[in-house]
Design a protein around this ligand. Structure first.
Ligand code: MCA
Ligand code: AMP
Length: 506
């Protein structure tokens, strides 16, 4: 690589975009297709708007926007100016957004057109702009008049490119600081490991506010100059329709189970596909087997985190073993340790720790939290439990962190329990995840009432407007007391075992 090259990740993307200017980039069924040149042009104009708002390198741009071609342009515009992109889930309520605004202190906050009035009181000192899914909003009105920014801000490899919030076990979200080098190194490794081809077409139906959709999926396409079938969300019929034109699909396990539920989902629909990739949550061996039986494809499962991007992957060529997440990616060091950080032997279950160019720079303005989760030798403690086989293949067997993963979204029980416990009719609660056919895990609130049973609508009413709906318990069960160990700690495993079949009964 040219040692004088600008380590800003956008430099790499821009070179590819220029070389593929006339190629389709974002193919949007039902809307206008965008070429690479159109994406460059839109992002340069949006960069002009951000520059007029006073954005400087290192400043944050907070985005709570629907998935659209312009949303991608906004992300690229942020990189162009050397500022940091802070994407957040569109499901978050104003109360949740207030926290992200206060914590990240953005200079610009771009929200959905319909949310402007609601978000204005929590925007703080940020310039509030809006972006509609259909291209409306003040961001694009201003972009039409703005002076495009063609230069790409010079950044160092270790400079901040994005902050991705992950919920914390204490209920306070932590912003994982990802650098230009994190983005660049992981994207390059994935392109190579997954054998990206010049004629690939990625089916992109993931949201673009998480690492999976925003970085893993988008970067593979953008860094190879290949097109994406860019769907606004995962809607099973639209995905079925798009599949015959795709060669690669990435998704969370729910994508795969939902497609399998369709009788008209056949092998012929995937005739052009060379690779199905799954991640963000465990893919069950049953889904793997059912998928192979239906399509003839063995899904390639990989493992990552917001803090580390992608860590491991099953191989492109070679055995993809169900229930495993494959080998550490090139450049990624992975070890399995006991609670004290001592390395375990092959086959033993312990905490997964990783080190490498993919690992984030720390939590935004949380040096103590950062210090707690890194070992002295630079390994990051993931909180996932796993083991490594003799041949180096990794399996995830659980989590030491109290976390529920539902349909690929993370839910930290503490955040939900805190609000339920505030209800006067509740003595205490424990929020757990139990197997759910559609979402992998479904959220259940186990509640000890003061007196009369606490019904689900009452819980929902308390959470409404305060917590994103995907975090709301799908079921509330009342119990006389919670199981505790000798130290008085609630035994969530006992609760998970007790309610393991809850969703198969509904
Ligand atoms: C929606 N709902 C959910 C979920 N999604 N409930 C639990 N878990 C979910 N994941 C609820 C909504 O609140 C709503 O409830 C009702 O379901 C219908 O909402 P809708 O938006 O229509 O849902 P959907 O379209 O069916 O969405 C399901 C989905 C979506 C397609 C699976 O959740 C999704 O796209 N998930 C992908 C998440 C993802 O990208 N994760 C990557 C992060 P109500 O009716 O009460 O309002 S992890 C990551 O990035 C790391 C690095 C990695 O390894 O990849
Ligand atoms: P997030 O913080 O949203 O990036 O979620 C990261 C977490 O998702 C990881 O720490 C794992 O617990 C989980 N995860 C990601 N990929 C997989 C996978 N293939 N199998 C099991 N868990 C996974």
């Amino acid at each position: 690589m040219n040692p004088l090259a600008n380590p800003n990740f956008l430099s790499a993307l821009a070179a590819v975009a220029d070389a593929h200017a006339d190629r389709p980039c974002l193919i949007q069924p039902g809307a206008e297709d965008w070429s690479y040149a159109m994406l460059t042009d839109a992002s340069q104009r949006i960069a002009g708007v951000l520059a007029e708002a006073g954005i400087r390198p290192g400043d944050r741009v907070l985005a709570q926007v629907d998935k659209s071609a312009h949303a991608v342009a906004l992300y690229l515009a942020t990189l162009r100016l050397g500022s940091a992109y802070v994407p957040i889930n569109t499901a978050y309520t104003r109360e949740e957004v207030a926290y992200f605004c206060a914590d990240s202190e953005p200079r610009v906050f771009v929200c959905r057109e319909q949310d402007v009035a609601d978000r204005a009181p929590v925007a703080g000192a940020a310039t509030l702009l809006s972006l509609g899914a259909d291209g409306g909003g003040t961001l694009l009105q201003k972009a039409a008049q703005a002076m495009p920014v063609e230069t790409i801000a010079e950044r160092a490899a270790g400079d901040l490119a994005a902050i991705v919030y992950t919920s914390g076990t204490t209920g306070r979200s932590k912003g994982a600081m990802l650098t230009h080098d994190n983005l660049t190194s992981n994207a390059r490794v994935l392109l190579d490991y997954w054998g990206w081809q010049d004629d690939d077409v990625l089916l992109h139906a993931l949201p673009v506010f998480h690492v999976h959709g925003l970085f893993v999926a988008l970067h593979c396409a953008l860094l190879s100059g290949t097109p994406m079938l860019f769907l606004p969300q995962f809607e099973v019929s639209a995905v079925m329709e798009a599949l015959p034109r795709a060669t690669v699909m990435m998704g969370v396990p729910t994508f795969y189970t939902r497609l399998l539920e369709r009788d008209d989902f056949t092998q012929q629909r995937c005739a052009g596909i060379r690779l199905f990739i799954s991640g963000s949550a465990p893919l069950t061996e049953q889904t793997f087997a059912a998928w192979e039986a239906r399509t003839g494809h063995r899904i390639l499962e990989r493992y990552g985190m917001s803090e580390t991007m992608m860590n491991t992957s099953n191989p492109l060529v070679g055995e993809r073993v169900p229930g495993t997440v494959g080998y550490p990616l090139p450049g990624v060091q992975l070890r399995i340790v006991d609670a004290e950080g001592r390395a375990l032997s092959r086959g033993e279950v312990g905490v997964i720790e990783v080190r490498g160019p993919n690992v984030f720079a720390g939590y935004w303005r949380m040096p103590e939290k950062t210090a707690e989760e890194f070992r002295n030798d630079g390994f990051f403690v993931t909180g996932d439990l796993g083991k490594m086989d003799e041949d180096g293949r990794v399996s995830i067997v659980g989590r030491s962190k109290d976390l529920v993963i539902s349909g690929g979204y993370n839910i930290y029980p503490k955040e939900v329990e805190r609000l339920i416990d505030e209800m006067p009719e509740v003595l205490e609660s424990a929020v757990i995840g139990v197997p759910h056919r559609d979402f992998g895990e479904g959220v259940v609130a186990v509640v000890v009432p003061v007196d009369a049973p606490v019904e689900e609508p009452a819980v929902r009413a308390v959470l409404e407007g305060r917590l994103a709906r995907f975090k709301h318990p799908k079921v509330v069960v009342n119990v006389p007391d919670l199981p505790r160990n000798a130290m008085g700690k609630v035994q969530k495993k006992a609760l998970r075992d007790r309610y393991v079949g809850l969703f198969s009964e509904v």
